[in-house]
Design a protein around this ligand. Structure first.
Ligand code: FAD
Length: 470
């Protein structure tokens, strides 16, 4: 028997249930389709497209050069590939974004009407979203009970499965020109620098995990707040592309000392589950305020401010450092994601959807559920969100979480000579301090584009106006 294994967000051979089942059944035909009809998140021209290119090269190598890639409508492609190769079944691991759920249902139906067996498996979530419900069978909306009462008391996550020891492939191995043909890389190679510190693919994911387990996990609970510390795993793009599964990480955590760091790391993985869960149960989450009161929020339409934020030219160093880290590396530390998102939605008063779109363009780990749920969380409109009136003070945040300025100095080198005391607030530095640092504000580095105090007050007033509509 010949089975097509349709790779999507599971670009690995270990712990890949669809691949395993197919290999047990007989010959395997691994394929990937760049789906141009996917409405959830555009792929072309994004940092993710670059990552995907490299990840596909890595996967193809693991599959002995047998990966076939296509761009277009999955239904037609699956049908044609099955006919051409005499395959009688298509297996895949489930994706949970709204577009994919609808499309996959249709594809299953379409294939079964043409005598092709279609089966899907769980490759990317520890708990199926429909498995975790409150006693009254409605979905949780608050994280802690979701995790503690729902997930932890539900069935334990499935065991991991080893990579098939010997896969019998359909057809001859080909060269990698098929992957180049997808044209995922940009014409101007702006991405080389961005990719310098990353190793896409299963091996890279494994190494990132090993590095973190050895050097970052102990001390994670506290250290994860400091962007200059190596206490975060940087596993997010690997998880987003399924180069490692949460099951593999969950299982590996069993071999660690069971302390508060490990418990906290588990709970962060559970936040990933929560986002996917919310998106599954509330498919409008990516574009509609979860809390509909926010529909009355008078967002500002300030294109200039938005662009300055995107380019890391706001004059607020921790915000600019974060936005430049994003642009240069395709990643941003979680603490700083919260700071820049708070700054955009509250100090600049810009709609959270604008921020989410920019992140999806730039992040190598862009994940529809995590990104949209997190933006709503910071904006205050989300499920179990931070209260709107919690406006981060980016100066105090920098002083607390980047006290030696290592993070700011890396990404905003033009102010590196300032003493630590003024690094987070060059606009408060006396003229002599600026002169000693060789810094002319407004020339080498901008004045702040908003007054932090005034803009905070304006945000709180807008919030009161919105609440007044109750
Ligand atoms: P670690 O601290 O090492 O955490 C390990 C893993 O747990 C992460 O890889 C991630 O899968 C999960 N995780 C950790 N924190 C969160 C969280 N708050 N919510 C959900 N999952 C979490 N994460 C994405 O994966 N993709 C996104 O597009 C994304 N957009 C975000 C946008 C905003 C405005 C904010 C505030 C957060 C966003 N996050 C997103 C969540 C979080 O910032 C990243 O998951 C994390 O920074 C990734 O780095 P890491 O792998 O080193 O994290």
């Amino acid at each position: 028997k010949k089975t097509i294994v349709w790779f999507r967000q599971d670009l690995r051979v270990a712990d890949n249930p669809a691949l395993n089942e197919a290999a047990e059944r007989g010959d395997v035909l691994p394929i990937l389709i760049v789906d141009e009809t996917d409405q959830d998140m555009a792929l072309r021209g994004t940092a993710r497209a670059v990552w995907l290119h490299h990840s596909l090269l890595a996967l193809d190598k693991k599959l002995g050069g047998h990966l076939q890639v296509f761009a277009g409508d999955p239904e037609q492609i699956l049908l044609a590939v099955a006919a051409e190769n005499g395959a009688d079944a298509v297996f895949w691991n489930r994706c949970y974004t709204p577009h994919r759920i609808i499309a996959d249902k249709q594809i299953k139906q379409f294939l079964s009407e043409r005598d092709l067996a279609a089966r899907s498996f769980n490759g990317s979530l520890l708990w199926e979203p429909w498995q975790v419900l409150k006693k009254d069978k409605t979905p949780y909306k608050v994280f802690t009970p979701f995790y503690k009462k729902g997930c932890l008391s539900a069935q334990a996550p499935r065991a991991t499965v080893a990579a098939p020891s010997d896969i019998s492939f359909v057809g001859e191995a080909s060269d990698q020109s098929m992957i180049d043909g997808l044209e995922l890389l940009p014409r101007h190679d702006w991405a080389a620098k961005m990719m310098a510190d990353w190793q896409p693919g299963e091996q890279g994911a494994r190494e990132a995990w090993a590095q973190f387990a050895d050097n970052g996990l102990m001390g994670y609970k506290n250290g994860r707040n400091f962007p200059a510390k190596a206490n975060v795993s940087r596993l997010s793009p690997h998880l987003a592309f399924g180069e490692i599964s949460p099951h593999q990480i969950w299982a590996a955590l069993e071999h660690q000392p069971q302390n508060e760091d490990v418990a906290h790391f588990r709970s962060e993985l559970a936040w990933r589950e929560f986002s996917a869960y919310l998106l599954y149960h509330f498919p409008t989450l990516p574009f509609e305020n979860f809390n509909s009161k926010f529909d009355q929020m008078p967002w500002q339409i300030d294109q200039t401010a938005l662009e300055k934020w995107q380019r890391g030219q706001t004059g607020i160093p921790i915000v600019d450092a974060g936005m430049r880290e994003l642009w240069q590396t395709g990643y941003m530390h979680n603490r700083v994601r919260m700071i820049v998102a708070s700054f955009l939605t509250k100090n600049l008063g810009v709609d959270w959807r604008e921020g989410a779109k920019w992140f999806e363009h730039c992040l190598v780990d862009a994940d529809y559920a995590n990104n949209r749920a997190s933006w709503q969380w910071v904006a205050g409109s989300g499920a179990d969100a931070a209260p709107y009136f919690r406006v981060f003070n980016p100066v105090l945040q920098a002083e607390k979480f980047d006290p030696l300025g290592a993070y700011i100095r890396t990404f905003v080198p033009e102010i590196a000579e300032l003493p630590n005391k003024f690094l987070g607030k060059p606009f408060e530095a006396p003229a002599q301090v600026l002169a000693d640092a060789g810094l002319e504000l407004g020339i080498a580095y901008p004045h702040p584009i908003v007054d932090l105090k005034q803009s905070r007050n304006r945000a709180l007033a807008a919030y009161q106006t919105m609440r007044g509509q109750d």
